[in-house]
Design a binder for this molecule. Structure first.
Ligand code: NDP
Length: 289
């Protein structure tokens, strides 16, 4: 990588940012595509978020990713927001415009693209989502946006699942989300579903934990999709496979949220071949960390 007078800067704002894999993905893509951009992490303090966004624009920064804890807090500092990101209420990608940045949610377009690549359908499907935190809410929104017919939304704290159901059922004008406590899974009609694991249970180093241990739950899964990618095979994924289903981790989502952002910033399309090459490099990098 040669940095010269024409190099453009992209970056990530969040706190903390030291464990991020985004610089690896973006700099790998730039090298592969011979695009003259450099991507770096920026740790930003909460009281300096507005200055960080304004400063990035003043410095002609091409694009930014936004991570925890600023995905919602950053919205007031944007010049424009994509409708899906607005509905989700969270932004992870800023695209430079003349007067500021436009916010997008490529976490969700990326998850959708990862699922498409893996042959998973959403349109017309009934699905189960575990969790009602920030990620699970975004996934529920994205799934309704792409026309799943019904979502059983299971959470430890039922009130949080109920709040998401109230809000999104109203927004999409249909009673699509059914909120439930985790322990109520036996009330879900017996058939096979796509199950998306959106809680933080099972994340490294707590790798042997799973939000539902009962093997009978996994009889409901034709496919299990864990948003977690560390460990590479989570306990949730193992339980899905033991019950005869297929499973995926969240690494594809991580890759495609980056690719979607990269495409928005650079006005190009990353081919399936380059995406897969990058996936293999990212997988190796994840195992190192
Ligand atoms: P939040 O903290 O907002 O939500 C955490 C969720 O986990 C809640 O539903 C919470 O339930 C549940 N939970 C936590 N502890 C327990 C427990 N002991 N028993 C039962 N449920 C529990 O986190 P996020 O929504 O932001 O993230 C969730 C996961 O998604 C993370 O592991 C993150 O790594 C992953 N993720 C992956 C991405 C990717 O690119 N692959 C992108 C974004 C997130 P309750 O409401 O009852 O507290």
């Amino acid at each position: 990588m040669i940095v010269n007078g024409e190099t453009r800067l992209c970056g990530l704002i969040g706190n903390p940012v030291s464990h991020t894999l985004s610089p690896f993905i973006h700099n790998t893509l730039s090298k592969r595509m011979t695009i003259n951009t450099v991507y770096v992490p920026f740790q930003v303090e909460k009281n300096e978020l507005s200055q960080a966004v304004a400063g990035a624009h003043a410095l002609n920064v091409l694009g930014m990713n936004v991570t925890v804890p600023y995905k919602t807090d950053v919205i007031p500092y944007l010049d424009a927001i994509d409708p899906m990101a607005k509905g989700i209420g969270a932004v992870n990608t800023l695209v430079r415009t003349q007067n500021g940045y436009k916010g997008y949610n490529t976490d969700m377009t990326g998850l959708c693209r990862a699922m498409q690549t893996e042959g998973i359908r959403l349109n017309g499907e009934e699905i189960i989502i575990l969790g009602a935190g920030g990620a699970a809410r975004s996934v529920a929104y994205m799934c309704l946006y792409y026309k799943v017919s019904k979502i059983y939304l299971l959470n430890r704290t039922i009130e949080k699942a109920q709040n998401i159901a109230d809000e999104l059922n109203k927004e999409f004008q249909r009673e699509a989300i059914i909120p439930m406590h985790l322990a109520e899974f036996d009330k879900i009609p017996t058939k096979k579903y796509l199950v998306i694991q959106g809680t933080s249970i099972g994340l490294h180093p707590d790798s042997e934990a799973c939000v539902i241990e009962d093997p009978s739950f996994y009889q409901l899964a034709h496919t299990g999709y864990d948003l977690i990618y560390r460990p590479f095979k989570t306990r949730f994924m193992k339980l899905v496979e033991e019950a005869g289903g297929v499973s995926f981790n969240g690494l594809g989502m991580l890759l495609f949220q980056a690719i979607d952002a990269y495409e928005l910033w650079n006005h190009l399309e990353i081919s399936d071949e380059v995406a897969m090459e990058t996936y293999e490099l990212l997988k190796a990098e994840t195992k190192k960390a």
